[in-house]
Design a protein around this ligand. Structure first.
Ligand SMILES: Nc1ncnc2c1ncn2[C@@H]1O[C@H](COP(=O)(O)OP(=O)(O)O)[C@@H](O)[C@H]1O
Ligand SMILES: [Mg+2]
Length: 288
């Protein structure tokens, strides 16, 4: 496919489905035949690794060796030196394979202090572009088709690094007035970044999540989001599905369920279609 595509899931709010979206879009892209790497910058609780049932093992590794290179290490001034010491494949220790076919760089307790550490870097460009440098120099050579980044549900130096590196945002969003305002605020933020830093960060995909169409309110918001984001809105919404919640708790996505419910099946189809749109948007086939 050529160069590695990138996108980051972000909304300045917790619980809208960022982690769920990264996990499921990752598997959907994998089903479409793409090689996928997921990166968890969303916080030390390791939700993305938990979503694939690999967090317990990873935590044991962390406990056994606190100096283990990890996702927070790559932001460090010393990372190039560390990477050199790690040998020919410096990311071997960072990347974990999952049962469902995508690779993953899990979160780490070091993410806890990363925001304030980045805050000590005086030059704004340098402060926000550490992760981009890492992806350019260490991840792109691995020739994944696409890298998806899970970000914290807040605007800080870590989420800015993810947005800066990906330049494309996936916005999982629930149908409600507060959420509509959040999406608006995000769009204003992206405009501000564009003006301040002469860079562009696109709203690549807006994915309505946890939609319950039994309520007319949900329908109204779906219509409103379609009007507001005609190019980025996913063709299908992801319904509220208890199966998704249960699967996550068991360390699986809805794609791994052998006997999926109607809502889980609908969700899978929505993710597959959204993955398709995302790739087209990232490849620039669909212009705004
Ligand atoms: N479509 C859905 N249907 C039902 N539950 C969902 C759905 N999407 C996400 N959830 C659940 O909502 C909670 C928050 O989702 P999560 O992806 O962790 O949000 P975020 O990463 O934005 O904080 C989790 O318990 C998750 O399993
Ligand atoms: Mg999350």
């Amino acid at each position: 496919m050529g160069s590695t595509l990138r996108a980051a899931a972000f909304l300045d709010k917790g619980g809208t489905g960022k982690t769920t979206t990264v996990a499921h879009l990752g598997i959907a892209l994998n089903e479409h035949g793409f090689d996928v790497l997921l990166v968890d910058l969303a916080g030390k609780q390791g939700d993305l690794a938990k979503h694939f049932g690999v967090w317990d093992d990873y935590q044991q590794r962390i406990e056994a060796d606190a100096a283990w290179p990890n996702v927070s290490t790559v932001f460090d001034d010393a990372w190039p030196t560390i990477a050199e010491k790690l040998g020919a494949d410096p990311l071997d220790d960072l990347i974990v394979a999952t049962d469902e076919g995508v690779d993953l760089i899990p979160a780490h307790p070091g993410l806890d202090t990363l925001d304030s550490e980045l805050g000590n870097i005086n030059d704004a460009r340098e402060r926000y572009s550490r992760f981009e440098q890492f992806l350019d120099e260490y991840v792109d050579p691995l020739a994944y088709d696409i890298v998806l980044i899970d970000l914290p549900g807040m605007t800080n130096n870590v989420s800015y690094n993810g947005l800066w590196a990906a330049q494309n945002v996936i916005v999982p969003i629930e149908m409600g007035p507060f959420e509509a305002e959040q999406a608006d605020a995000l769009r204003r933020d992206l405009d501000k970044i564009a003006t301040n830093f002469a860079t562009t960060i696109e709203l690549a995909l807006v994915l309505p999540n946890k939609v319950d169409t039994r309520t007319t309110l949900a329908e109204e918001y779906l219509d409103a989001f379609e009007r507001e984001y005609p190019d980025a809105i996913a063709a299908d919404y992801v319904p509220y599905s208890q199966d998704i919640r249960n699967a996550a708790q068991q360390g699986q996505t809805a794609f791994a369920l052998t006997d999926p419910s109607a809502t889980a099946t609908q969700a899978r189809e929505a993710y597959l279609a959204a993955a398709d749109l995302l790739v087209k948007r990232l490849q620039g086939e669909i212009h705004v």
